[in-house]
Design a protein around this ligand. Structure first.
Ligand code: DCP
Ligand code: MG
Length: 368
């Protein structure tokens, strides 16, 4: 806590509203004010919704929902094919707006970034004013809306940006953090997936205040490494810095299956689809990587990863599929547990000797 007081930071988290869908509505007047979904068509097999306009969300449509289900919920829903180039271009323009205020920008995806404006370039001083100016420039120059969260650390800023979507601006200052964390449902804590949340509920943990009653060692006993993180975060302590160079460290995709897979053929089929997605993303971003990682989550939620590195950077579908299958075999040979989720990631871009290791421990320790 001392360090936090001696050097209080100003962190902004910006997240664009219904990003892909808003760009489609901006660029095509026919879509404005209508329920639209960007993603795979409901006619094709396995089409999913990447995102939906706020008009469509009123029908319960959301990201990752099958397109078939989406039309059932809203028969007049308009499906739009994604135009990644347009999203990338908007993303770059947004990034340029951020850069007017700070160089400490950590993009999390095309539509989301952390900014550290403790020492902003224009010496505006107030992070709230900076967030307002950024939102206004995004509106004026790109005709898009963003939501901003402002606080003294990443964790609170990110949750804040989601609190008043769309077009939100939410400031949670130091004096409010204590109450904020205490009333926060445990589901909102990092790495708390459904299973952990259920486990927490079973032992009577529903909010931050409940978590706070446990000692660090009790939390670690229950939740392993993540327990240590919960102990700190629930007290508003999050010293993670905004890391400007974390841009694209890996490109991946994963799929959670509606029912657990036990058949190798089925697993291969799933891997083929995921590999095609990953390859497509690599292609679009002009990236090649030297490491392929397979992630497996079993029906009992035990998760393992297996990686293979190459001397040359790759981005071709055959290599990705072949390697993923090999890694699957090496991971599952010893048992034949049913599989709930498969994911493939390609990383280690460029000469990539150091890049790869920074993100991995984070993902492990926080389970995200
Ligand atoms: N996206 C995707 N598949 C997902 C989730 C998101 O392809 N399962 C894409 C489409 C989104 C973009 O990423 O437009 C940003 O994701 P967000 O989660 O920020 O969602 P939106 O920006 O669409 O909506 P919100 O207003 O809730 O932020
Ligand atoms: Mg968004």
């Amino acid at each position: 806590m001392e360090r936090e007081n001696s050097k209080k930071r100003k962190i902004i988290h910006i997240d664009m509203d219904a990003f892909y869908a808003s760009i489609e509505q901006r660029d095509n007047p026919d879509y404005r004010g209508k329920a639209i979904a960007v993603g795979g068509s409901p006619e094709g097999r396995g089409g999913v919704v990447a995102t939906a306009s706020y008009e469509a969300r009123r029908f319960g449509i959301h990201s990752a929902m099958s397109s078939k289900r989406a039309v059932q919920l809203c028969p007049e829903l308009i499906f739009v094919r994604p135009r990644f180039d347009a999203y990338k271009e908007a993303s770059q323009k947004i990034r340029a707006i951020f850069q007017r205020y700070t160089d400490l920008i950590e993009p999390l995806s095309l539509d989301e970034a952390y900014l550290d404006v403790t020492a902003d370039k224009l010496r505006i001083g107030s992070a709230i004013d900076i967030a307002r100016l950024i939102k206004k420039s995004i509106q004026d120059e790109l005709q898009l809306t963003a939501s901003a969260g402002i606080s003294v650390n990443k964790f609170v800023a990110k949750i804040a940006s989601d609190m008043n979507k769309p077009d939100g601006l939410t400031f949670i200052g130091p004096s409010r953090i204590k109450t904020f964390m205490e009333t926060l449902p445990v589901e909102k804590f990092f790495g708390v997936g459904k299973v952990t949340a259920e486990k927490m509920h079973k032992i009577g943990l529903h909010t931050g205040a409940d978590l706070k009653k446990l000692s660090a060692s009790e939390l670690i006993k229950h939740f392993g490494k993540a327990g240590k993180f919960y102990y700190k975060i629930v007290r508003g302590i999050d010293d993670r810095e905004v890391q400007p160079h974390r841009a694209t460290k890996s490109v991946g995709a994963e799929d959670t299956f509606p029912f657990d897979l036990s058949d190798v053929e089925e697993m291969h089929e799933a891997l083929d689809k995921i590999a095609a997605l990953v390859q497509d993303r690599l292609e679009r971003q002009g990236l090649r990587g030297r490491t392929i990682t397979l992630k497996i989550k079993y029906h009992d939620f035990i998760q393992v990863t297996r990686s293979q590195s190459f001397s040359e950077a790759i981005n071709d579908l055959d290599t990705i599929i072949e390697t993923a299958r090999k890694l699957l075999l090496s991971a599952t040979a010893a048992d034949n547990k049913r599989i709930r989720l498969l994911g493939i990631t390609v990383s280690n871009f460029g000469d990539g000797t150091m890049q790869q290791n920074r993100e991995a421990p984070n993902q492990l320790s926080l389970g995200i």
